[in-house]
Design a protein around this ligand. Sequence first.
Ligand SMILES: *[C@@H]1O[C@H](CO)[C@@H](O)[C@H](O)[C@H]1NC(C)=O
Ligand SMILES: *[C@@H]1O[C@H](CO)[C@@H](O)[C@H](O)[C@H]1NC(C)=O
Ligand SMILES: *[C@@H]1O[C@H](CO)[C@@H](O)[C@H](O)[C@H]1NC(C)=O
Ligand SMILES: *[C@@H]1O[C@H](CO)[C@@H](O)[C@H](O)[C@H]1NC(C)=O
Ligand SMILES: *[C@@H]1O[C@H](CO)[C@@H](O)[C@H](O)[C@H]1NC(C)=O
Ligand SMILES: *[C@@H]1O[C@H](CO)[C@@H](O)[C@H](O)[C@H]1NC(C)=O
Ligand SMILES: *[C@@H]1O[C@H](CO)[C@@H](O)[C@H](O)[C@H]1NC(C)=O
Ligand SMILES: *[C@@H]1O[C@H](CO)[C@@H](O)[C@H](O)[C@H]1NC(C)=O
Length: 817
Amino acid sequence: MSFITYILFALSLIVSNSIASDDTSSIITQSQSISDGETIGSPKGLFELGFFSITNPNKRYLGIRFKNIPTQNVVWVANGGKPINDSSATLKLNSSGSLVLTHNNDIVWFTNSSTNVQKPVAQLLDTGNLVVKDSVTETYLWQSFDYPSNTLLSGMKLGWDRKKKLNRRLTAWKSDDDPTPGDFSWGVVLNPYPEIYMMKEEQKYYRFGPWNGLRFSGRPDMKPNNVYNYNFICNKEEVYYTWNIKDSSLISKVVLNQTSYERPRYIWSKDDELWMLYSKIPADYCDHYGLCGVNGYCSSTNSPTCECLKGFKPKFPEKWNSMDWSQGCVRNHPLNCTNDGFVSVANLKVPDTTYTLVDESIGLDQCRGKCLNNCSCMAYTNTNISGAGSGCVMWFGDLIDIKLIPVGGQGLYIRMPASELDKANNNTEDEHRTNSRKIVVITVSAALGMLLLAIYFFYRLRRSIVGKLKTKGNFERHMDDLDLPLLDLSTIITATDNFSEKNKIGEGGFGTVYLGKLGSGLEIAIKRLSQGSRQGTREFINEVKLIANVQHRNLVKLIGCCIEREEKMLVYEYMANGSLDYFIFDRTKSKLLDWPKRFHIICGIARGLMYLHQDSRLRIVHRDLKTGNVLLDDTLNPKISDFGLARTFGGNQIEGNTDRIVGTYGYMAPEYAIDGQFSVKSDVFSFGILLLEIISGKKNRECYIKKQTLNLVAYAWTLWKQGRALQIIDSNIVDSCIVSEVSRCIHIGLLCVQQYPEDRPTMADVILMLGSEMMTLDEPKEPGFIMRKESVEKNSSSSGRDTSSNYEMTMSSFIAR
Ligand SMILES: *[C@@H]1O[C@H](CO)[C@@H](O)[C@H](O)[C@H]1NC(C)=O
Ligand SMILES: *[C@@H]1O[C@H](CO)[C@@H](O)[C@H](O)[C@H]1NC(C)=O
Ligand SMILES: *[C@@H]1O[C@H](CO)[C@@H](O)[C@H](O)[C@H]1NC(C)=O
Ligand SMILES: *[C@@H]1O[C@H](CO)[C@@H](O)[C@H](O)[C@H]1NC(C)=O
Ligand SMILES: *[C@@H]1O[C@H](CO)[C@@H](O)[C@H](O)[C@H]1NC(C)=O
Ligand SMILES: *[C@@H]1O[C@H](CO)[C@@H](O)[C@H](O)[C@H]1NC(C)=O
Ligand SMILES: *[C@@H]1O[C@H](CO)[C@@H](O)[C@H](O)[C@H]1NC(C)=O
Ligand SMILES: *[C@@H]1O[C@H](CO)[C@@H](O)[C@H](O)[C@H]1NC(C)=O
């Protein structure tokens, strides 16, 4: 029944080029009035003040809107709960500096007046702030930023002016077409250690966690980044949160929205019209306030979600085990008071700070002593974790609303009786228990794994013995050491209808690919090597050797091979959706791949590649990773294919060298293309290109945006340096993407294509970075191969279609340049 409330960080390009509007004035002077139909614009024309209705034309509101943004453009409403039923209302500035909204002689809304005003004026500023000031003394009498509705704009303050006792907080609209204040609000609460809460009426609904000098304790992702700066100010006069956008050509807003929905979508189109979602909170299940009760903590990745803190046990074990965590946890052993100590727990969003005491002047050691001296002090930590850490905050009473935050969390010291401490230091009973549970789990799964392996080997052995009984020629001896099922030529001829034209699904430098159907109904893809191709033979053997030894769900599976007479064929599982390039570079098909699907594909390719690089029995460098070599199965899972060029490494070897540079132009790392040095890092480079292509929907080598002579990498890099990297996003995914996620992917892509291999991350790093919003990413350095269009054209002229495998030809012409 609960509402889902999101705050949206939506982002859009500026619509008009901020040209000052000519006829609308930005000032209302004393005794001037505006009536329905008239507007006041901000000097640069971004905002306007005026009357409007939302859906019902008989409900008119006075408010501030983004002038040229057609939808969801309202940022502030004066008379939210009191709509006007016709268009006869007027807004006037009276001589005591009060803005008064009247309708049929009734005062609908007004701002506070001041007694000694000389010459009041009201003005709409470029920030979207409507201010009333005394133009003689230049003192501000009133401003709309002090009375926000549901929207927080760049530069606005959310929080308290302690002197004026002014609390600026957002209140959600009752519904999308009714700006009457709803049940949800969002603002700073002046606990001893102040915090930001989202409240449903008087009830706490979600908590940011206190500001720890670097960020909010529960929002490790909210720290200065490429798009936004955030800050929290807490001093004697003021306590507030504020953010601003770095690139002034972008428009952004945070909206408190109490409509219930699964996944809000804000659209940002490059044609400058609409909003796009940047991020939303609450982010996960654990963000429900106090989900795990007192002294419990929540982890969205654990199962069960809630656990008791160390030294505590469920108050009502039965309820707890049936996932009713509301009653929380109690101590295993009571505190002794004089004889207690502390255990430290890492990686947390610290508990609710309602009952706390703060002393900024002391550090952690003194804090410990102070906490120990007061029997009701339950926990302590630093108030400022920046640098070495400073300040002291102590918690009294039960600890509530703690969340585990694996990356970017904070440490907390929790009071324990001496008996628990002994255990803690001596490998506690608890730990022992979990350890034994782990051992059981591991044992069971290991046994299961062995069983499966045994079955697998038995099956394979049988198949290969059957295979080896068949007669073979010279070439086949190469294949002898491979445990790979051999298929009869006759089987394949039947499956492909004698290699009929209609079964042909692809063609490359090596030969032709056919679709076939085995008697069992299983669809297979058959790669038939051109007869007499010496080059192909080498690659054929290579591919068979490698792929027969790897198994991963993101690598295409080799089912068997066929070597009979002059025929050499590889048989794969058939991938119904073909290759990735077929989707992303196609105008209509690319619409089928929305952002969540593309992200899934990116993560899959990354996992497949990581497996090749480090987890497989052989360490393998693919050397020809590109969109054409990523196949999609019927549910759009990606699988890496085409191992014809792949190389293995011995255990310690990290880098190889070759005088035969093969690969595909546009994806090759500079050190490989120029010096023939390949390593896992040259694959990482190709992965980076692939990532940028998936995000932009453009080919690296064919990306000449706005007639600039840059390839995609260069274009992305140029935009990145200007802080506008989001512009490369494919317009087909703007309505489905979460900007923070895409932005992270662009960042990762640029890290992968850095010029020097040692700067590039490993695939294991990439997977970590893809999986964690919290991680701080390094600033990328200049990418390798920023090419000018001329040279691209010159080189591509002799390379033929890039879907084919004319690798060597491509390369030699490139090197001969
Ligand atoms: C509009 O509201 C006024 C009161 O503010 C009322 O007197 C008037 O009848 C209403 N007009 C309509 C058309 O409902
Ligand atoms: C201006 O309007 C406010 C609010 O309605 C009122 O309190 C004040 O007396 C007005 N001042 C004058 C000079 O009319
Ligand atoms: C006007 O001032 C009073 C008291 O100073 C305050 O309670 C009220 O909220 C203010 N109203 C507006 C609209 O500023
Ligand atoms: C709330 O979010 C929904 C879904 O994105 C959107 O349609 C609606 O306009 C939003 N409401 C407000 C007041 O922004
Ligand atoms: C605390 O521990 C000390 C020493 O172990 C013992 O003498 C004392 O009685 C205990 N106090 C409480 C309240 O349990
Ligand atoms: C412990 O701290 C609490 C909260 O600040 C305070 O009310 C209480 O008096 C303190 N007790 C002692 C013994 O200092
Ligand atoms: C936190 O500590 C850092 C480093 O000591 C200091 O520069 C910063 O001003 C502190 N922040 C606050 C809010 O006290
Ligand atoms: C650990 O356990 C041993 C006995 O098992 C005990 O003598 C000792 O006091 C305990 N505590 C620590 C901190 O070693």
